[in-house]
Design a protein around this ligand. Structure first.
Ligand code: GLN
Length: 481
């Protein structure tokens, strides 16, 4: 029941609550029922770290909840986004019980639009991971196959949408943490241009790469959510003053558009079934009047090493604030300041410690130029590759989102490098700051596969339009609405 309710387009749901055909209470009840169903049995999905629909109504429910663009709609928020009425743990012991004294700007905007924040979703600790297995509070399972990961780090939000607990959710991205789980869970995930959405209240991992990003069941749902949270925020100095998204042409089609296909994203090691689904998607776009053109992004091969130098470097600096003095848990019986730091920071998980050590190393005096400065230069080249392609008349780039479908729980935990490789197609957009998204393009062995679209800075509307055309064509073939 809840599933069929949330399978309806988001705009339709909120129109129904505004018009009085649906009550927000019914939606919240459906949310609760879907959560109970997902978490029962020996292999619970465990998408949420906190779930309390009543609390999420906030202090002033009322007008917005009846009239806003997301009137009465249950929305889930990743637990690294600050909420004044729920704890914000970042999936870490170090922030256990921490309750921010304020709402992140994106949360404030959701509430102003009438949305009800029903709870906070599980994640890899501080967003570091690709499977949600690195949460200090236990893993999240893929609702479509409980033996597999939902992806990460926003795996809880993706699973919450895929399990029909909420129609849409907020996640965050530093290197693909929304697109990759969207692909693994068969839903839509959109990362905006850097600066489009305020990061105020998003707990920092790597500030120059971090974005708030969105999940929905379909392109229009994700677009509506993105539109709600986008816009300049004086509280975030990297937030840009830009006109709004302008989604009026979402259904404008792809006639005459040029879709670039970079050979570097189709290596011979790519799962052939994924390559085949990508080719089928491209043929659909051609049939709709788009021109498909081969392009090259030659610096793609350096993306993973570049990302895994810059992200840990920024993380080592950002995470220095967790010292037992200012936030979260504090060891009571430390004999000295040094001991207080050491005991507190011992609460970090393995992966977080690995990143802090890696980051501290690449920033150290003797190695700064060899690693960090060099990575920054390569980052510039990766961004330049995209600029050349878009300047040559390409409207959007199409690639697979991930090299494989959802992997098994435990499959990559022994070897961090193997885990890092699942980000190979997604980190480039964060390094370049361009908008990127994933949408379902089919399945292999019953597991969903995502196709990725990338566009020029600020051209989310164009990217979403291509996605919408492709989605409509695929849904029509499958006999879906
Ligand atoms: N999986 C990548 C990492 O571990 C990306 C994480 C993210 O986007 N937050 O860093």
């Amino acid at each position: 029941m809840s599933d069929s309710l949330f399978a309806r387009p988001l705009a339709e749901l909120s129109a129904a609550t505004r018009g009085g055909d649906l009550r927000s209470d019914d939606l919240l009840e459906a949310s609760g029922a879907a959560l109970a169903a997902a978490d029962q049995g020996a292999e619970p999905v465990h998408a949420f770290l906190a779930f309390e629909p009543d609390r999420g109504r906030g202090t002033v429910p009322g007008v917005a909840e009846q009239t806003g663009a997301l009137a009465g709609i249950p929305i889930a928020v990743k637990d690294n986004i600050s909420t004044s009425d729920f704890p914000t743990t970042c999936g870490s012991r170090i922030l256990e019980g921490y309750r921010p004294p304020f709402d992140a700007t994106v949360v404030k905007r959701l509430r102003q639009a009438g949305a009800v924040i029903v709870g906070k979703t599980n994640l890899d600790e501080f967003g570091m991971g690709s499977s949600t297995e690195h949460s200090a509070y236990g893993l999240t399972r893929n609702p479509l196959d409980r033996s597999r990961v939902p992806g990460g780090s926003s795996g809880g939000s993706a699973a919450a949408v895929a399990a029909g607990i909420v129609p849409a959710a907020l996640g965050s991205e530093t290197g693909g943490s929304v697109r990759q789980p969207a692909a693994f869970c068969g839903i839509v995930g959109v990362k905006p241009t850097y600066g489009r959405v305020s990061r105020y209240g998003l707990v920092a991992f790597a500030s120059s790469l971090d974005h708030v990003a969105v999940f929905g069941r379909r392109v229009a749902d994700a677009a509506l959510l993105l539109d709600t949270i986008a816009g300049h925020d004086p509280l975030d100095s990297t937030s840009a003053v830009r006109p709004s998204l302008d989604l009026a042409d979402l259904d404008g089609g792809v006639e005459g558009m040029v879709i670039g296909v970079p050979e570097e994203y189709f290596p011979h090691t790519l799962d052939t079934r994924i390559a085949k689904l990508c080719r089928a998607a491209l043929r659909r776009l051609e049939a709709l009047g788009a021109e498909v053109r081969e392009v090259s992004l030659p610096n793609t091969a350096h993306a993973i090493p570049t990302y895994y130098i810059i992200a840990p470097a920024e993380a080592s600096s950002n995470l220095a604030r967790y010292d037992g003095v200012r936030y979260g848990r504090r060891t009571r019986d430390a004999g000295s300041l040094q001991e207080l730091y050491e005991r507190t920071r011992a609460l970090f998980g393995e992966e977080v410690k690995r990143r802090i050590m890696l980051g501290t190393y690449v920033l150290s005096a003797g190695y700064y130029d060899a690693y960090y400065a060099q990575a920054q230069r390569v980052r510039g080249l990766i961004a330049q590759d995209f600029r050349y392609v878009f300047d040559s008349g390409v409207d959007a780039i199409f690639t697979p989102t991930t090299p494989t479908p959802a992997f098994r729980i435990g499959e990559h935990t022994a070897d961090p490098y193997e885990m890092y490789l699942s980000d190979v197609f997604t980190v480039t957009a964060n390094l370049a700051g361009i908008p990127a998204m994933s949408l379902p393009i089919g399945a292999v062995d019953g597991l969903p596969v995502g196709g990725q679209l990338l566009a020029r800075h600020w051209e989310e509307a164009k990217m979403l339009r291509v996605a919408r055309a492709l989605e409509t064509a695929i849904r029509m073939t499958n006999g879906e609405r």
